[in-house]
Design a binder for this molecule. Structure first.
Ligand code: V07
Length: 255
């Protein structure tokens, strides 16, 4: 008889029995598009911002889980360059979330040896957002556990155009030759220059698009999608993504 899992009442508990992950085949860098917060709220007759707030709580749990299972880098798409087009109250709310998140969670990040980083155009974020995130980066810069990398005001095409401009300018100044341009030096001009490439992309909420997220960096990543809205995503879903990743690797891993 198939095992029936209890309906999730207490969100603090993962829903399923452990699947049994292979500890030495955990993806090193997991990137997540945390989609469906607005739809989650709408389905409950709540304002979109309530979904974002709930989604922030999920970030805390997923960070704990990722650091427990030994993921090295977790990149979270928190705010895209497109998100500025949303209603002002929503943008204002989103920009307070890093402050809110860190005011309660920074001590635990420090305790867990997590290093906070960002990718994206940071300088145009509101001052209060920059201040909170800079403080977190500064206080965790020497940590050598999980790298928690927030994509804030991030857009992949912008990132690549910026890289091209940097390289063109070096050529123009005579600092390098066109023949020196290769994939590795291009990568070095991206926000992710110091990070290993993602090997797993997760997107929640049923959409199966990249939406301008890490277009270059995801060239060889496995993609994993779920219908589950981000506020409903939990450790058991993350574990299933890692489990499926391990099985795909086993099937297609080659030599
Ligand atoms: C945001 C919560 C998660 C769902 C997706 C959108 C809303 C955590 C942060 C954050 C960012 C930087 C940092 C610490 C926390 C965050 C934004 C939105 C803009 F240093 N969640 N979260 N930032 N959401």
């Amino acid at each position: 008889m198939p095992i029936k899992f209890p309906f999730k009442k207490d969100k603090k508990q993962p829903r399923t029995e452990p699947l049994g992950l292979e500890e030495n085949h955990i993806p090193q860098h997991v990137a997540i598009i945390m989609d469906g917060n607005g739809r989650w709220a709408k389905n409950r007759g709540m304002p979109r911002i309530a979904g974002h707030k709930e989604g922030m709580g999920v970030v805390k749990r997923i960070v704990r889980y990722a650091s427990d299972v030994g993921v090295k880098v977790l990149t979270l798409y928190a705010f895209s360059t497109e998100n500025w087009k949303r209603p002002k109250n929503e943008v204002d709310f989103l920009m307070k979330l890093p402050v809110d998140f860190l005011s309660t969670y920074l001590p635990e990040l420090i305790e867990r040896n997590v290093q906070v980083r960002t990718i994206g155009d940071f300088d145009v974020l509101p001052a209060h957002t920059q201040k909170a995130v800079k403080e977190a980066m500064e206080k965790t810069k020497d940590n050598n556990g999980l790298i928690l990398n927030f994509a804030l005001n991030y857009g992949s095409r912008y990132e690549m155009v910026h890289a091209v401009k940097q390289i063109a300018s070096k050529v123009q100044k005579g600092e390098m030759d066109i023949s020196d341009i290769d994939e590795s030096m291009f990568s070095q001009e991206l926000y992710t220059s110091e990070l290993i490439e993602p090997d797993l992309l997760i997107r929640t909420s049923g959409e199966q698009r990249l939406s301008n997220f890490l277009l270059w960096q995801l060239a060889y990543a496995e993609f994993w999608f779920t219908e589950v809205y981000w506020p409903d995503f939990d450790e058991s879903h993350f574990e299933k993504a890692l489990y499926d990743f391990q099985n795909r690797k086993r099937r297609f891993g080659g030599v």
